[in-house]
Design a protein around this ligand. Structure first.
Ligand SMILES: O=C(O)CCC(=O)C(=O)O
Ligand SMILES: [Fe+2]
Length: 417
């Protein structure tokens, strides 16, 4: 069978097109248990791919051969020719007039995190609007757009813009065919088939909801603006939750803020790699050191860079001390409902989050199809600027930061207040 259309089309995709494509994918998948696909994407995904002229004749999804030596995908090999990252948010008008002026509604979903924009198509944004969107995402942590007509090409173009030319290449998980260096697939079915895909919770956490994470927190250059487009979602389940690192930092007392400012965290990868110098060939996780509190280049605010899956130690501390402190910080970061937004997807929705300033997880309450594509724009190496402010300080959010415990008052009041 000839490959289905290779260029983007405006023609309606018919039932016959879908059937032909399904048959083609099934035929290609058979006998290719190595690094190629195993399933037919849901109809909404298939329509989107066919409309965009994506060649699915080699099967679905695509599994690039993962490198087995550390450094092949971890690191900066594929970055902007050594040029430092310019965050598009640093160019934006603080009032975001171009973006907000064109939207029919802009709604903050909670006080500290999450905004939904109505009436705009991401594929049509001007560069000025894209800069303002970057700043909005950096400030609000995550921004949502429903009812998007967005091809994989559009999604990649926006990702490249937000990454100042560079997007993360993930060699270990399912990708969109033809986009092996840029667009990953988020698909529940892939997990059922025990095939690697972007897995928001590790096997041992299934059912316990402990999947809070920063995507690839151990990378020397952080995955920054991250765009997940969901074409297929269950009606009543499968929500995603994000929590703000800015707001978590603000929940620490002045005493604890002083302790964490300037600390170095030690982060570990989930994936293991064969070290280039290993004689035994044994695979090991990657370790990376980075500031535990980092300053965002566009907002200038401090954020707590932690998640229980990732941060394993604090430099200069004994293990027992480090464990206690990390446990407390993760408790604040992951279990404070005021710092969270929980989003219920509808088909055709985009979420764009700033992976430098939020953690995220997923509600594991669904059993139906859930399918989307993702691009992670690369950003900067984490830096801590001691002169930077917290979000609460910068915005003057009254009553949000945690005051020091007033021991004298407690004593005077007879241990009751
Ligand atoms: O599927 C989701 O809602 C989020 C998955 C995830 O953790 C990711 O794409 O990084
Ligand atoms: Fe994730």
């Amino acid at each position: 069978m000839a490959p289905i259309a290779l260029t983007q089309t405006t023609r309606e995709i018919t039932e016959a097109d879908l059937a032909a494509s399904r048959a083609q994918i099934e035929a290609a998948n058979v006998g290719q248990k190595g690094f190629t696909g195993f399933g037919v994407p849901p109809d909404a995904a298939l329509r989107r791919y066919l409309k965009a002229g994506i060649d699915l004749s080699s099967g679905y999804p695509a599994y690039p051969r993962r490198p087995d030596v550390a450094g092949a995908s971890v690191g900066e090999a594929h970055l902007r020719g050594g040029k430092p990252y310019v965050d598009p948010g640093t160019r934006a008008d603080k009032d975001k007039k171009a973006l907000f002026g064109a939207a029919s509604a802009v709604r903050n979903l909670t006080k500290h995190i999450g905004t939904e924009i109505v009436g705009l198509q991401l594929a049509d944004l001007t560069d000025t609007q894209r800069d303002e969107l970057a700043l909005l995402v950096a400030e609000r942590g995550v921004v949502f757009f429903r009812d998007q007509d967005l091809s994989p090409h559009d999604q990649l173009a926006l990702g490249k813009y937000l990454g100042d030319g560079a997007v993360h290449r993930d060699d270990s998980i399912a990708n969109v065919p033809g986009f092996e260096d840029s667009l990953t697939v988020v698909w529940e079915t892939a997990r059922l088939y025990k095939r690697s895909f972007r897995n928001p919770w590790p096997e041992y956490d299934v059912g316990r909801g402990h999947g809070w994470h920063v995507d690839e927190i151990y990378q020397p250059v952080t995955l920054g603006y991250t765009h997940l487009y969901q074409d297929t979602v269950p009606d009543d389940s499968g929500d995603t939750l994000w929590a703000s690192g800015y707001a978590a930092y603000d929940l620490l007392s002045p005493g604890l803020k002083k302790i964490v400012d300037g600390l170095t965290g030690i982060y570990k990868s989930q994936i293991t790699y064969k070290p280039a110098d290993s004689a035994s060939g044994a695979e090991v996780p990657v370790l990376h050191r980075a500031p535990l509190v980092r300053t965002h280049p566009a907002t200038g605010w401090k954020t707590l860079f932690t998640a229980s899956r990732g941060l394993i130690g604090l430099e200069g501390f004994d293990k027992a001390e480090s464990d206690v402190l990390i446990k407390y910080l993760n408790d604040v970061a992951e279990n404070s409902i005021e710092t969270q937004v929980r989003f219920h997807w509808t088909p055709g929705t985009s979420a764009i989050w700033d992976n430098r300033v939020v953690i995220h997880t997923i509600a594991r309450d669904f059993d139906g199809e859930r399918h989307g594509t993702r691009v992670s724009s690369l950003s900067d190496k984490p830096v801590f600027d001691p002169a930077s402010k917290s979000r609460g300080e910068a915005l003057g959010i009254a009553g949000w930061t945690t005051p020091a415990w007033d021991v004298e008052q407690f004593f005077k009041s007879g241990y009751s207040a």
